[in-house]
Design a protein. Structure first.
Length: 399
């Protein structure tokens, strides 16, 4: 009798619905509880791309410096707030860095690795500091839902685990780590760096640079032929003569310090210099093509990098405006939304981050054109003109 009653109670008990992706079970089945390491070679990107390639270095620096130069403000209940603890935290995120240095590192890591991580240091249930974490030291640990349940940061073999929680817990008002990544169609947990798309261009550009360096080391000539002509005798040098002559050429005439030194020949020796053919010179154009491909992957107009042969834009100002509109501002918008969703709830409700486009010099021409257009629009009221140009209503300004 008791068993029948229990069965009826279980049948009549209301079912609690949980909304989640129907595909999460497939992801969790594949990765539950196992650390997922990034398959990208971060060390190669950082060394061969950023550290040894001038085009890659400049692309990353331009994007990181431009994006980090934008000043944030807080929007609370739809109103712009000039002074707020959240702004103070972003201005001085930790004792060792300014806000701009922190964001420049954050954007730089994002470009190189396709992933960037911010840690929130909490004391007395308040976020006191922000720190950027190196992406090559971080790994994702997925949970049963397929989403990251934790991040593990390893330095010198010592791991540190950051447990992620869907809801803030006591003593931890936000998730300890913000992971921002670029779109990657081949990975569930890690973003794809522009370095991957530009990898072939990087190899070609670096190889062309190595070719030019070797050419300079050989007196800026491709090579030459040293011909031995012993009239009436043996036309071949002995092994000892060959080795001695080879050693003297390498020690006395090879290298940039020996460029232009006259060669003294004896015993039937004759030097026949070789020259570059037009086909041999194609590697120079290949280097420029590779540089344009690298710039394309990062969204930096080649004109801004001084790459010859690119006349896509009418002038430098147009190229700079395109760089800000198509590359920098979308990145800042994405960061603004990520920071708002992650950090703002710890400082109050209805908070978000914003920024002012008026401070961007590259877009000043657009702003001037907007003011001129609004100024001559006689059918608009003063209040409408203030709204279009981004100014607060006159009444609220007086208040």
């Amino acid at each position: 009798m008791t068993s029948w009653i229990n069965q009826m109670a279980a049948f009549l008990r209301p079912v609690t619905e949980t909304k989640q992706s129907r595909a999460h079970a497939l992801i969790s089945l594949h990765t539950t509880g196992r650390p997922v390491w990034t398959p990208r070679n971060y060390q190669a990107f950082a060394k061969e791309g950023f550290a040894e390639n001038a085009v890659e270095y400049r692309c990353v620096k331009m994007i990181a410096e431009a994006a980090s130069s934008i000043k944030w403000h807080v929007v609370e209940n739809g109103e712009k707030v000039e002074s707020h603890p959240l702004l103070a935290l972003l201005k001085k995120p930790n004792p060792a860095e300014s806000g701009r240095n922190l964001m420049e590192s954050f954007y730089g890591y994002l470009q190189i690795a396709g992933n960037a991580y911010l840690e929130a240091a909490v004391l007395d249930n308040q976020v006191r500091e922000l720190h950027v974490l190196r992406p090559d030291r971080m790994k994702v640990i997925p949970g049963s839902s397929g989403w990251p349940e934790a991040y593990e940061y390893t330095v010198n073999g010592s791991p540190l685990r950051f447990d992620q929680s869907a809801e803030p817990v006591a003593g931890q008002p936000v998730s300890p780590v913000l992971h921002m990544k670029m779109f990657n169609p081949l990975d569930d947990h890690y973003g794809m760096s522009p370095f991957e798309a530009a990898a072939k261009g990087i190899d070609i550009h670096n190889a062309a640079g190595a070719w030019n360096k070797a050419l300079l080391d050989n007196a800026a000539r491709p090579s030459g032929a040293l011909i031995y002509d012993n009239k009436g005798g043996d036309a071949n040098l002995s092994q000892e003569q060959f080795e001695r002559l080879k050693h003297e050429l390498e020690a006395t005439f090879q290298g940039s310090t020996n460029a232009g030194r006259p060669m003294v020949l004896e015993g039937g020796l004759d030097w026949k210099p070789l020259s570059h053919s037009p086909k041999d010179m194609e590697h120079i154009e290949a280097k420029h093509v590779a540089a344009r491909e690298i710039a394309l992957a990062f969204g930096v107009p080649p004109m801004l990098l001084g790459i010859p042969g690119d006349n896509t834009f009418a002038n430098y100002a147009e190229a700079n405006k395109t760089f800000w509109r198509q590359t920098v501002l979308p990145l800042v918008d994405k960061t603004s939304q990520s920071l708002s969703n992650w950090l703002a709830p710890a400082f109050g409700e209805n908070l978000s981050f914003g920024y002012n486009l008026d401070s961007i010099t590259a877009l000043s021409g657009e702003r001037t054109a907007l003011w001129k257009m609004v100024n001559v629009a006689s059918f608009l009221s003063d209040a409408e003109k203030r709204q279009i140009t981004g100014f607060e209503p006159a009444s609220s300004k007086q208040d």
